[in-house]
Ligand binder design. Sequence first.
Ligand code: ATP
Length: 457
Amino acid sequence: MADKNDTMEKLVSLSKRRGFVFPGSEIYGGLANSWDLGPLGAQLSKNLKDDWWKTFVETRQDMVGIDGSIIMNPKVWEASGHVATFHDPLVEDVKTHKRYRADHLLEEALGIEAGGMSLEELGKIIKEKGVKSPDGNELTAPKNFSGMFQTTIGPIQEEGNVVYLRPETAQAIFVNFKNVLETSRKRLPFGIAQIGKAFRNEITPGNFIFRVLEFEQMEVEYFVEEDEWKPIFEEWAIFMEAWAKKIGLDLEKVSRLEVTGKELAHYSKRTIDFEFDFPFGRKELWGLAYRTNHDLSAHMEHSKQSLEYVDPNDQSRKIVPHVIEPSLGVGRTMLALMLSAYTEEEVGDDSRVVMKFPYHLAPYKIAVLPLSKKDELVEPSQKIVDELTNHWNVEFDVTQSIGKRYRRQDEIGTPFCVTVDFDTLEDGAVTVRDRDTMEQERIKIEELVKYFESKLN
Ligand code: ATP
């Protein structure tokens, strides 16, 4: 266990030290559980989202994307059921006033499955079994705690102006279903994808960027005929696992959990959680849910608009499509990716830390490192940078010993380092060092682009 916690500590520290993730609002003492992405984190997250978009949208003829608003008409959240049901059971330690999810506490204290239990059930078990807070104190009776952030539109806070920050991106897809159908002219089965921010007032955020209040989701709503959902659901499960492999997640740590019983949302006939073995336990990484036609039907009822699909082969046949939803969190994926990439290696008497990101996700692909700060090396190095940046994201690093610079590039996962030395001035060649093997080869400057094309593209 000590080792595992150690891994998280090391990762948090590396993230800060190298510029992946910074504590939010740090100069004001921070804001609990808020994190900002630094230069490397922003690039890594962008690379991840770009790859998702390419894989889930651009390479599939049955997919299109949208980018919806964060603030929507509040009626959306009434129709979706969030206003009535998007809350978690909260209990409070009567002495410390720390708050906990009642179902999570019971699961930890008694090893029972408590997700989906009513407030009464939870309260009864807490009383009967004498469940205490982790600090050993009495707990208040469970009450509902809304997970939705509220704000108001306009200068005056009035009841009628209340709006919500969306707790999931999915609803923007459902409310635009008709618009997309008409403009994209897609036929079933087809899907609509979206990447965007979502906000949840979590009772127990934590574990670095695993559970936060503000996060990004990458979601697909894939519309199908009711009788074809089963094989398509399975295809999506396989598709998601293939993406896990493509982005370099440690597949031994990824597993499927069939969600059953009360954990299963009332409208869902099947849900799989893809879990990842994080250092703090096996937890949900992504979800895949068959949501029936619950959402479209609810929006039809509340908006009084038709969201039906007319069968192109039989115009008299109108249906409300069913939907399969692959839902992925960007931050959680990034955390799993960083944990999978994090490697400590012995090198002779020394050791090194390497982030073994797949090349296409690494924030920088190449670092150009002149051996000395002298102009005679910096100038030709700059020329190399100018050429390579036409093709890839390149870092130019001039200061510190070459050993320290290699170490830094290993820690940020740069696949290749190009070292410009005094021999370069004679032979027009540079040393290329491979991140993973640490092998070095001499390559002519004019062949560098071709060389990296064969390695990186
Ligand atoms: P959990 O059970 O961990 O709270 P959930 O079942 O509520 O997750 P979903 O509603 O299925 O999560 O959201 C889809 C995805 O969005 C999750 O699989 C996860 O990757 C991400 N996600 C959800 N909540 C958060 C959060 N608070 N912080 C970061 N990512 C989140």
